[in-house]
Design a protein around this ligand. Structure first.
Ligand code: NDP
Length: 452
């Protein structure tokens, strides 16, 4: 074995930026993870010798392909699709598919890299991957979405498999899209296996997968608060987004006695000072999931609410914040505003919603900050349970799955405390805890394989 001496974090990041020019989201994600890990491995030469971080930050493979489809007017449209298989040291690649016009290789590489650590944290045997296309499902007819999904799967099918790579949903990919993609997979391969998760209950899906990410992010907040002998009950909460994760975060927060006063979409946010009830939330679910409407309409239906066009909700005073829309939605200024208004906890339902400077501001203020890879891991956790049910050809009952989800979130919290608690036990740095706990399992598996 040669002598790869310990490189500094700066040196490592310089090399990464040179090898991946212009991929700013990927640089950001790798830096956020590597900062605590370089500190952790400073006296662990084996990880340096075997170049573990260098290898995790180089995806096993990046597949990019053309997706050609025909719109309702008979025009030929061309999009680009990707699958990033980041690391399968501890299990088959696993991670969602995103359809959004902003999708590019940098965003998917950041997501696949993050997913590797997140999946490890769940304690289940899943590696990290992510995929998607720069396709905008907004405004498209059902038939157009179907044709797109079929064309996307016609290429993707050769790269995935229930023991190889198991995609799921993400932004722009919900039950409808998973159904179309699974239908095409089944048609091409003649197999009915658990190759995708987030499937409908009629064809192999798991109960509570739809709820799992939003519920999980709320449970993570509940666990962080409980560690400080506090609770969600009675707290004012600000939520961003109005898609899958946001809807079920709002539902669980409300059930636990929190008062949610905002939801948003990419056009703006609504502020309802009276707070959400289950009835109001059911109205939002119908608006977003069935009518595919805009959150602005909420303020027309519920007169006490106000719509704020082109803005994010972080200026609304709250004790708890749940960013559940997209990456980089809490900028440094937003973090400062939240702190100034008395926010004591943030649980990231979305992936990388807070910029690095914002995270530093939260950590400096010593508030409870649950980073995405820990806080939103409930979704992939239940996806892992869907894989187990598919392999065993059984379906677990809802009660059992609810218990398993709360256990997964409790265990992730405990791992973060184990690696993130300061020596005086006065503070838990959940960013450090989540990154190190996720890293150790993947790194040790890689050491076991030697150089591959
Ligand atoms: P959805 O597509 O269901 O909802 C996304 C929501 O975020 C919508 O309200 C959307 O508004 C809003 N949004 C999207 N892009 C932007 C933007 N650029 N600026 C402002 N708002 C935006 O996606 P999910 O709820 O599934 O995903 C939300 C986040 O959670 C993502 O970061 C995803 O990676 C993460 N996540 C999701 C998991 C899951 O199980 N679904 C699992 C783990 C993480 P609009 O309608 O205007 O587009």
């Amino acid at each position: 074995m040669g002598k790869n001496t310990a490189v500094t974090l700066d040196h490592f990041m310089d090399g990464l930026r040179k090898r991946n020019p212009g991929q700013t989201e990927f640089h950001q994600a790798v830096y956020e993870v590597s900062k605590p890990i370089f500190d952790f491995i400073v006296d662990k030469p084996l990880y340096h010798e075997y170049q573990i971080m260098r290898r995790i930050a180089e995806p096993d493979r990046v597949v990019s392909f053309r997706v050609c489809w025909e719109d309702d007017e008979g025009n030929i449209r061309v999009n680009r699709g990707w699958r990033i298989q980041n690391n399968n040291a501890i299990g088959p690649y696993k991670g969602g598919i995103r359809f959004h016009p902003s999708v590019n290789e940098s965003i998917l590489k950041f997501l696949a890299f993050e997913q590797t650590f997140k999946n490890s944290l769940t304690g289940l045997p899943m590696g990290g991957g992510k995929g998607g296309a720069n396709f905008n499902p907004k405004g498209k007819s059902d038939h157009e979405v179907m044709r797109f999904c079929q064309s996307f799967m016609t290429e993707l099918y050769r790269h995935i498999g229930d023991d190889i790579d198991v995609p799921a949903g993400d932004i722009g990919v919900g039950a409808r899209e998973i159904g179309y993609m699974f239908g095409q997979w089944k048609r091409i391969t003649r197999q009915h296996t658990g190759v995708l998760t987030g499937k409908g209950l009629e064809y192999g899906g798991s109960l509570i997968r739809t709820e799992a990410t939003g519920y999980g992010a709320t449970y993570f907040m509940q666990n962080m608060l409980a560690h400080r002998k506090d609770a969600i009950d009675g707290k004012i909460c600000v939520v961003s987004g109005s898609g899958n994760v946001a809807q079920y975060a709002v539902e669980k927060i409300t059930q636990l006695g929190g008062k949610v006063v905002t939801m948003s979409d990419s056009d703006g946010y609504i502020h309802d000072p009276e707070g959400f009830t289950q009835e109001k939330l059911d109205w939002v679910k119908a608006l977003k999931n069935e009518k595919r409407g805009r959150i602005e309409e909420y303020a027309k239906k519920f007169k006490k609410a106000k719509y704020h066009a082109g803005k994010r909700p972080w200026g609304v005073p709250c004790q708890l914040a749940f960013p559940c829309a997209t990456q980089n939605e809490i900028l440094l200024e937003d973090a400062k505003t939240l702190l100034k208004n008395g926010c004591i906890g943030v649980s990231e339902g979305a992936n990388m919603p807070t910029v690095i400077e914002g995270i530093d501001a939260f950590l400096d203020a010593r508030i409870l900050f649950g980073p995405a890879k820990a806080a939103n891991a409930g979704g992939v956790g239940v996806s892992g349970l869907e894989m187990s049910q598919n392999s065993a050809k059984i379906s677990w009952k809802e009660e059992e799955l609810q218990r398993l989800l709360t256990d997964i979130m409790k265990d992730i919290h405990a791992s973060c405390v184990e690696y993130g608690q300061t020596k005086d036990k006065k503070f838990v740095d959940y960013v450090r805890g989540a990154n190190i706990a996720g890293f150790v399992k993947v790194a040790d598996a890689m050491l076991a394989y030697g150089v591959v």
